[in-house]
Write a protein that binds this ligand. Structure first.
Ligand SMILES: [Zn+2]
Length: 128
């Protein structure tokens, strides 16, 4: 199991589970960073032609030349900008350990095991 990484957890939470919080321009950065990682993998895997092909899909061509650390930095900078705009409270944290949950609707922390699902016989969970 991968160790908890607050920065990675935050990016995953915001970019994968709260895309509505991002502006269209910010979504392009997320997309470019992901393409940048694939381009990096193709380059490292000895597939430079595939890397070039993928590079044509980038909104910002600079992402084709970034390394893993630079891609992480771009994503973290974006995540911080989103949080500064929308507020830290959009990020749901575990009530026991304080770590970022996997999704906004999570009812269990997979890091410490804390579980707040409604028990059978209790009130029905809200639908939707
Ligand atoms: Zn927890």
């Amino acid at each position: 199991m991968q160790a908890y990484d607050e920065s990675r957890a935050l990016r995953f939470y915001l970019f994968d589970h709260c895309p509505e919080l991002l502006t269209p321009e910010e979504r392009l950065i997320v997309r470019d960073a992901r393409l940048g990682r694939s381009i990096l993998a193709y380059k490292e895997g000895g597939e430079p032609r595939l890397a070039v092909m993928l590079g044509r899909k980038l909104h910002d061509p600079e992402f084709a030349s970034l390394d893993e650390q630079a891609l992480d930095a771009r994503e973290m900078s974006l995540a911080r900008a989103v949080l500064a705009r929308v507020g830290d409270e959009v990020v749901q944290r575990c009530g026991r350990c304080g770590r970022i949950l996997n999704t906004p609707r999570a009812q269990q922390c997979f890091l410490c095991g804390h579980d707040w699902h409604k028990k059978a016989g209790g009130p029905a969970p809200a639908s939707g």
